[in-house]
Design a protein around this ligand. Structure first.
Ligand code: MLT
Ligand code: MN
Length: 300
């Protein structure tokens, strides 16, 4: 299986258009240690010909331009993109669907809850149903994607998209609103894509233990990072993201799981691990993690 990180940043990208926070400022200055990153999406394929996008980011057009593997090759209408799989309904994961509106055949997979969100938003009807089949993902049911990879969707603790938050908001529920994807390689090695996760439950930890590869929610370094950086009023917990650092954080939670390759993805523009020379980056690397970047390729 080949996997290409099309975008490694969380919503807003890095740098974010309206932020010159301490971390973002380095990126605006084009500091080589603060590499720019687009919003979170990954492409996977087993045969190298037919690719599936895991989430469709608002930066999708730019991501396709930057990735020769995804360029059209055969005639006036062709794309190696055979499918799009959504892990939730957040803007940073669905807005790219609008980029794919040029009457091109592909399959769009999402859970029932997320398909409903798309159905309720008529703008997504620009995806002509004659060409784009919307197909329901069923939790825990393996699905063979065109291109040869099998995925298994599973619920992870999360919440509804920000734009659907109501008064009775539940955070950390394991529903169809936020899923992770188990990816089976041809050799039955397991990889995981979990770009958003509110909490590593014992069951999820057990599922991930011993995996060949995990790409995991790297949104924030500390829970109060947005507040302290003056970029927001919410904690990570309130946004449905566990933090990377701290006793309850991702580094600690994965320490004993025996995952062979651990990669942080969906990284917010305030997170100091984005800087190649930060002490926080040194800390994640010392704990055996890599920080995803646009164009990162992994073969399993
Ligand atoms: C998130 O990952 O928490 C969301 O993308 C936030 C948002 O929609 O702005
Ligand atoms: Mn997001």
């Amino acid at each position: 299986m080949r996997l290409i990180v099309l975008g490694a940043a969380a919503g807003g990208g890095f740098p974010q258009w309206n932020s010159a926070c301490a971390v973002g400022r380095r990126a605006w200055q084009r500091d080589p240690a603060a590499r720019w990153r687009t919003q979170c999406s990954v492409a996977i394929s087993a045969d190298g010909e037919r690719w599936s996008l895991l989430n469709a980011s608002p930066d999708l057009r730019q991501q396709i331009l930057a990735t020769p593997t995804l360029h059209p090759r055969h005639g006036p209408r062709h794309s190696p993109i055979a499918a799009v799989v959504l892990t939730n309904g957040d803007v940073d994961h669905v807005a790219g669907l609008l980029i794919l509106r040029e009457s091109q055949r592909f399959d769009l997979y999402a859970t029932g809850a997320i398909l409903e969100v798309l159905e309720r938003n008529p703008i997504f009807n620009v995806l002509n149903p004659e060409f784009v089949r919307r197909r329901r993902l069923r939790l825990e049911q393996p699905l063979a994607l065109d291109g040869g990879t099998t995925i298994v969707p599973f619920a992870v603790p999360g919440k509804v998209p920000l734009y659907l938050e109501g008064e009775a908001l539940e955070i950390g529920a394991e529903t169809e609103d936020v899923i992770g994807l188990e990816l089976w390689t041809e050799h039955r090695a397991k990889a995981f894509f979990v770009p958003g996760c509110a909490r590593l439950t014992p069951a999820l930890a057990e599922r991930l233990a011993g995996a060949a590869l995990v790409l995991f929610d790297g949104t924030l370094w500390t829970d109060d990072e947005m507040i302290r950086s003056g970029t927001g009023v919410k904690t990570g917990a309130r946004m449905g993201h566990m933090s990377v650092s701290g006793p309850e954080g991702t580094l600690a939670a994965f320490a004993a799981l025996g995952v062979r390759r651990k990669v942080l993805i969906h990284i917010n523009n305030t997170n100091p691990i984005l800087l190649d020379d930060s002490p926080e980056r040194a800390e994640v690397e010392a704990a055996g993690w890599e920080v995803a970047f646009d164009g990162m390729e992994i073969t399993l």
